[in-house]
Design a protein around this ligand. Structure first.
Ligand code: ZN
Length: 250
């Protein structure tokens, strides 16, 4: 560990013991979105993170040149509630059990959803103010199915407003949610792009079936500010596609 990180760790320890537990112990080696522990160094922070540097199917991507394909519709059945956590890298909701995303013959269980600002995926070079990632796990194979939705400023969104009002302000803080309905964060049409990729945080494992909604949702700009007041930059820069195909459902 660099001396500066070590000193910063001590400072954090004094200010907020739970932050340090989350950032250092629970998730292994400390990483961040800038400086010496930033994305370009993730691969060398730990051998567990080697895919971050050496992987060939990394995420996020700049979505362009998508190929229209006959890919299955997505069917979503999520449950309200759960708990909301500030984990030191983002705000994450641990989902209420029993929520599913079905795509063709694959059914994934919703585990958690969390937010990035700005968006991690780009569309033809353009980023969006925020992106939410709904992280699902396939019960048998363990593969992850992550559904991403872009957030743009506009009309208030009831679910996002209720989450923003409950954002835990300090790393390590967690609170229960009263009935926040994740389905409220879905666009009206579920047309999407699909490609094979990775986690966008260390260890960058290449185990993710990515689905990114073509239509963004609108949220109150004041609620975006409540997020960026906590995390103004928690997006990994887009990686190269490496001859991967991006498929589009429409
Ligand atoms: Zn994410």
């Amino acid at each position: 560990m660099e001396r500066r990180d070590f000193l910063r760790g001590l400072a954090l320890l004094a200010a907020c013991p739970l932050c340090v537990k989350t950032a250092y112990a629970a998730e292994g080696v400390h990483w961040s979105y800038e400086g010496e522990a930033g994305p370009e160094h993730w691969g060398s922070l730990s051998k567990d993170n080697s895919a971050c540097a050496a992987g060939s199917q990394q995420s996020p991507l700049d979505i362009r040149d998508a190929i229209k394909a006959d890919i299955p519709d997505i069917a979503i059945d999520w449950k309200s509630g759960g708990t909301i956590l500030n984990n030191g890298h983002t705000i994450q909701v641990k989902a209420a059990p029993g929520g599913t995303l079905r795509r063709g013959d694959k059914t994934y269980d919703l585990v958690q959803y969390h937010f990035h600002a700005p968006s991690e995926h780009l569309v033809e070079g353009k980023s969006f103010p925020m992106e939410v990632h709904f992280v699902h796990k396939h019960a048998e194979t363990g593969a992850l199915g992550v559904f991403g939705v872009f957030l743009v400023p506009g009309a208030a969104n009831k679910t996002f407003a209720s989450l923003a009002a409950a954002f835990p302000q300090k790393g390590g803080e967690e609170a229960s949610l009263d009935g926040a309905d994740p389905s409220g964060l879905l666009p009206s049409a579920l047309s999407y792009w699909a490609y094979e990729g990775s986690l966008t945080t260390p260890p960058c494992s290449e185990i993710v079936d990515w689905m990114v909604a073509m239509n963004p949702i609108e949220v109150d700009p004041a609620d975006i500010k409540k997020f960026t007041a906590l995390y103004s930059m928690n997006a990994r820069p887009a990686l190269v596609a490496n001859r991967r195909y991006i498929l589009s459902s429409s």
